[in-house]
Write a protein that binds this ligand. Sequence first.
Ligand SMILES: *Cc1c(COP(=O)(O)O)cnc(C)c1O
Length: 215
Amino acid sequence: MGLADIVARIHAAEARAGRDQGSTRLIAVSKMQPDERVLAILNEGHRLFGENRVQEAAGKWPAWVETFRDVELHLLGPLQTNKARQAMDLFQAIHSVDRPKLANTLARLAQETGKCPTLFVQVNTGEEPQKAGVLPADTDNFIAECRAKDLPLVGLMCIPPVEEEPAPHFAQLAEIAERNGLRELSMGMSGDFETAVAMGATYVRVGSAIFGERP
Ligand SMILES: *Cc1c(COP(=O)(O)O)cnc(C)c1O
């Protein structure tokens, strides 16, 4: 547990997979964590963080962004269109683009402001009704739609069903990305990030294994 241990495990998984050290970026998922734990990781020098909710991130990150140089914030959770403008101001990347209405709003705001965070399409690889994300069968079309709107789409994100082997889901995400020419794969959390690295993750999203259990 702890940041250094997770980084070492990522490097070992990269080596086992014949990948370059550092080819997987670690997003420290700070949602719901007490401030002192997040500050400890900032003080260790880590700069890439993930949050699930716009409101929560807007409440705590602006001050830390002022204090610590080069903080990079990624939104991992579902985004409502009425929070899109705020999210585009706060985050450098959004991993949860999952429907045409949101893509339209992001495209309109990008036109208006002349800037847009880096975007990932979330794919519901487990086809779970309660989970966000585009169904695998609809993903190629949705990617094409996003590209037609000139959105800066760089990759795909998935959250496999909790009770299933994650590897087939990671493999499916990698395959969809490959055939669409997308280079970034956001996959792998505390319980399965080494599997994700083995299958080509370029971003892993690790919360509790770094910070401890969320209160
Ligand atoms: C909370 C969360 C994580 C991190 O989960 P841990 O199991 O604490 O590592 C990763 N990705 C998303 C989308 C999350 O919501």
